[in-house]
Structures are given as C-alpha cells and as structure tokens.
Design a protein around this ligand. Structure first.
Ligand code: D5M
Ligand code: FE
Ligand code: ZN
Length: 554
C-alpha cells in the first residue's frame, strides 16, 4: 500500500496510508451568496460571487443581479454583477421587481428546464468560457481580473473512449461474438510479448512433452479432487485445458482468476497432448514502469460519486457543506469535479427501493440534482458518467444521458460521457468507471485481495485484468457492442470508481486507484447486509503531484 501525502495546510509531514480527515469548513458569505443564487435557479461563477460578497450591501446586490439578469441567462457571470454594481448603485434596484420566469429553486418541472436548454452550449455571449476564448481583446476589461483565478485558457480537458451515440449492438448472438473477439484481440496483444503463444488447435497438434503457451478467455476454472486446478482457455480456434498443480506456487494467482477474462498460460504438454501442465500464469496487467502525467500548474480535481439525490438517505446537508467549501479560498484550486455515477437514486433499481424514496419521479430526481449542482461554482468543470441508478440502460458500457436528462442538467454545462470513459485532465489520464463489477470481484476473490473495506484493492484486480467488468452473465450486465469498451486499453494514471459506497485509495504499479464513497447514508438494505457506507467525503486530487487529500463534510 502506497503512502499518500496528506497535502494539508498544517503539513506535519506525517505520511499515512489513510490520513486523518480534515474538519468541516464553516459557512462563509460566498457560500451563502451561491446558495441564494441557486435558490433563484442560477448557477454562478466564483468571480461573480466574490464581487457580490464585496459589494457594500451584498444582499441588495444579489437581489439586483437576480432581478436584472437576462431571462435567458443560466448562470450569473461577473459581467452581470458589474452591470448592477457599476451601472447603477445597488440601492436603486426596484425591490418590487418580479423574479425571472421559469426559475425556481424548488425542483421545477422538466418542461420549464427544456425552455432554457439551448442557450449555454451555443457559445452565446453570456457564456464566460466562450467569451474569454474568442473575444479576449474586446472584453479585456471584463475578463482581466478573473484571470488569476480560473482562466479557462489554462484548462485542458479531453474526453476519450466515450461511446455515447456509438452503440451498435442489436442484442443478437453475433454481437456478443464480436464483443468477445474484440476483447480477445486487444488483450491478447498485451500478453503476446510475454509468452510465445500458439492457437488452441495448433497446441492440440503439438508433440506430447513440448513446451507450449496459450492466450485465451477463461472458459472454466475448477478445483480437482486432489487439490489442483483445471483452467480452460478459449481462443478463436477452440478451447484447451490447463492443469495448475497445487505445488507450483500458483495458488495465489488462481485465486484471482475470474470467468471470461483474458489470461496466458505457459507450460508443458502432457504425453498425449491433451492437457497443458502450467508453469506460469500471466494477467495482462499494468506495467510496473507506468509513467504518469501531471498538470504543469497547481490545480485539483474532486473525485466524487454516488450522490443518490431522491433517496430518503441523500445527505443534503453534507453536500451543501461540500459546495460551501468549494466557494472558499481553500478550494480555489479545485477546478474540476469528476462524478462517477449514481447522480440520483433512480426508480425500481432494487426491490422495495420505493419505500426509501423521497422523490418518486426520475425526472424530478434529476431536477433536484440539477438544483444541488447549481451550488457548485459555475466555473468548475464537471465530468459525469452514469451509474446503475441512473436513467440509462443498465448494461455496460452505459451511454451518457439522453437529451431530455441533459437538458434538465444544462445549467452547469457538464460533460456527460459514457460509463466507462477516459478523461485527460491537464495531462492526467483518469479512467472513470461506476464500479458495478466491484461487487463481483469482492464476492469472488479472497478477502485480503478485495473487500468492501478496501475497495481500491478490488480496483487493482480490474487493472490487473485490464478490463473493468471481465465476467459475463453474472451480476454485471454487459451489452453486446462491436468493440469491447470495457477493455482498459491504455493504462490510466488515475482509476476512479464509486458504486460500493466505500472510500479507499492506493497505488497499484503507480496507478492511483480511488473509490470515492457516497453522499447517501446507510439504506435499509445496506443495514441488512452490514454495509457501512463512507458518506460525505470528497477526495481531492492534486493534478500536479497526484497526491490526495480527503475532506469530510458529513
Ligand atoms: O450500491 C451500493 C452498494 O450496495 C453496492 O455495493 C451494491 C450494494 N447494494 C445496494 N443495494 C443492494 C441490493 N438491493 N441488492 C444487492 N446489492 C445491493 P448502489 O447500486 O450504488 O446503490
Ligand atoms: Fe451508488
Ligand atoms: Zn451504484
């Protein structure tokens, strides 16, 4: 287990595997202003909030800006604030002015939000990002003093491997064949340099006693009566059995094998060439020499997951403390939020789930989630992938949300991508995956290799298998696609998952694995199976050093 530098301001120099968690930050006036604007349906830039906070009468300035913001504005920018505080004094704002239409902070209908959807993404002049990119000269005076804070030009966020809109599967048998062929192709390539493999049908033709190696997907793993193991591999030419003898010192590796993953076996053929006696087993794995990328400035990303808005157990207060903190100077470097799925509680996900729903309509849940997102500073880049509670197909890969759900959440202009997806954030490659397969890894592997208490170790296994959901036909649904999007083709610098509602992180071959906990208190089901969730934590990742600090808001 790799030690993580705490990176705490007090910097005692202590290095621990699980650092003490920092205290909750008190509510500051910036956060109060952000909340007030959110209550009126607006998301606001940090710069705008800072200006409002420094106005002679902040409350009045907030009221004026709300009154005077253009009807089509989704977010309050520093320009909106200046128009109010410079153009006329805050005190001559008309106190009887009505609030803008269709802008409520209390979970309005999906219809209302649709009417405001097209504005942001078209590069309208009210969009601060577009403005500073394209008209730096003409708007120099309005953008100049926001530059030291969050200069969008310094940002660098690229999404790779997003399969939204790329689904090819019709659900036919042939589609599954293509998915697994692609898995075999791409993962066998990773193993090819390490073993001198032959196809199954060629191995069967080799003379007895020859040395041989095969790469295949695991068809079967069984222990024999005498305590050995039989591992059957399949490639595009057929299947071949390997016998792993108990005295070979491979028990530890056999314990890690899951069905349908890609594996290499090397050994000696039996006299009749009917079976391979294994000498070694190889997982595709991550090279130990993996070199990570890094941001070239001090900037941070919050890696969070499993918000579960709409559940009785959603921890609104903790969430609010988190968004309050985002408005404090300490959180100034947090320019990115990566959300690994389960934004909402969903409907009909588990039996008896409806008994614990605060919001029963899925669209209303997203409306409420969008309201909570408004408390996040508008100039924070958000990337989100769906989870098993979200309103997309359950089978993985899960495409990003459809247009209707997107339009509900459009205020923040988040990047909504598929589960899994890779995002490159200022040179740091982050693989985001919700994590449903972790339940299986934890259920099937020995406790010391994967457990709910150490979810990052289960993540190590996925890295080792170079696949986020190897097993087919079990708990994790896999969709038939021409390409196996679940293969971890490029080694990420950071692997971010959620789902199991447990906080845990560590490094595996230099890859930082982070499971980020949740914002939902223990549900009845979790109580019945003794899952004690880690709720209300925000792991904050330094993109320049890959150090992590965990903040507690519950
Ligand atoms: O799942 C959160 C965690 O709890 C994850 O490890 C699955 C498990 N879980 C929760 N509810 C159930 C039910 N009803 N059956 C089986 N496993 C469950 P999440 O999907 O994020 O709620
Ligand atoms: Fe969840
Ligand atoms: Zn989940």
């Amino acid at each position: 287990m790799v030690a993580i530098d705490l990176g705490r301001p007090t910097g005692s120099g202590t290095v621990l595997s699980r650092p003490p968690l920092s205290d909750v930050v008190p509510l500051e006036s910036n956060a109060r202003i952000a909340k007030e604007l959110a209550r009126h349906g607006y998301n606001a830039e940090r710069e705008a909030i800072t200006l409002l906070a420094s106005a002679p009468d902040s409350a009045d300035a907030v009221e004026s800006v709300v009154d005077r913001a253009p009807d089509d504005a989704l977010r309050i920018t520093s320009d909106h604030v200046r128009a109010v505080t410079n153009g006329r004094s805050a005190s001559d704002a008309d106190p009887t002015h009505e609030s803008p239409p269709a802008r409520t902070g209390d979970g309005s209908s999906p219809g209302a939000s649709t009417t405001r959807s097209p504005v942001e993404t078209e590069g309208s002049s009210s969009d601060p990002h577009t403005e500073s990119h394209t008209t730096a000269d003409s708007t120099a005076d309005s953008t100049a003093d926001s530059a030291p804070h969050h200069d969008p030009d310094l940002r660098d966020l690229e999404v790779g491997n997003d399969m939204t809109g790329q689904s090819t599967g019709t659900g036919e048998y042939g589609d599954f064949v293509r998915t697994f062929r692609d898995r075999y192709e791409r993962l066998s390539k990773v193993l090819r340099g390490r073993v001198n493999h032959r196809p199954a049908e060629a191995i069967a033709e080799m003379p007895g006693g020859s040395d041989a190696a095969m790469i295949g997907l695991v068809n079967d793993v069984r222990s024999t009566k005498s305590g050995h193991w039989l591992v059957e591999l399949e490639d595009t030419t057929g299947t071949f059995p390997a016998l792993v003898m108990k005295d070979k010192g491979l028990a530890d590796l056999v314990d890690e094998i899951m069905m349908d993953e890609c594996l290499a076996v090397e050994g000696t053929l039996a006299d009749d060439s009917g079976i391979l006696f294994a000498d070694s087993l190889h997982f595709p794995d991550v090279p130990r020499t993996h070199r990570t990328g890094a941001a070239d400035r001090h900037v941070q990303a919050a890696l969070i997951s499993d918000i579960h808005v709409g559940s009785d157990e959603f921890m609104a207060d903790a969430w609010s403390r988190f968004t309050d903190w985002l408005h404090t100077p300490e959180a100034e470097p947090v320019e990115y939020i990566l959300l690994a799925g389960d934004m909402v509680e969903g409907v009909g996900v588990y039996p008896d789930q409806d008994e614990e729903l605060e919001i029963v309509d899925i669209y209303d849940q997203y409306e409420a989630f969008a309201e909570h997102l408004k408390e996040v500073p508008a100039d924070t880049e958000i990337v989100m992938i769906p989870g098993n509670h979200d309103a997309v197909r359950l089978a993985e890969p899960q495409p990003g949300f459809n247009d209707e759900i997107r339009s509900i959440m459009d205020v923040h202009d988040a990047r909504i991508v598929s589960n899994p997806a890779t995002v490159s954030v200022e040179g740091v490659d982050v693989l985001m995956y919700h994590g449903v397969s972790l339940d299986e890894v934890i259920a099937e592997l020995p406790e010391e290799k994967a457990s709910y208490d150490e979810p990052h170790k289960a993540m190590y296994q996925l890295l080792k298998k170079r696949h986020v959901a190897p097993q087919f036909g079990g708990h994790t649904r896999v969709a038939p696609e021409e390409r196996d999007y679940l293969v971890i083709e490029d080694v990420p610098d950071v692997f971010h998952t959620g789902h199991v509602h447990k906080l845990g992180w560590g490094k595996y071959h230099n890859v930082l694995a982070v499971n980020s906990g949740c914002w939902q208190a223990q549900t009845d089901f979790q109580k019945s199976v003794n899952i004690d969730p880690d709720a209300g934590y925000a792991p904050i990742l330094d993109l320049d050093t890959l150090d992590m600090t965990v903040r507690k808001f519950a």
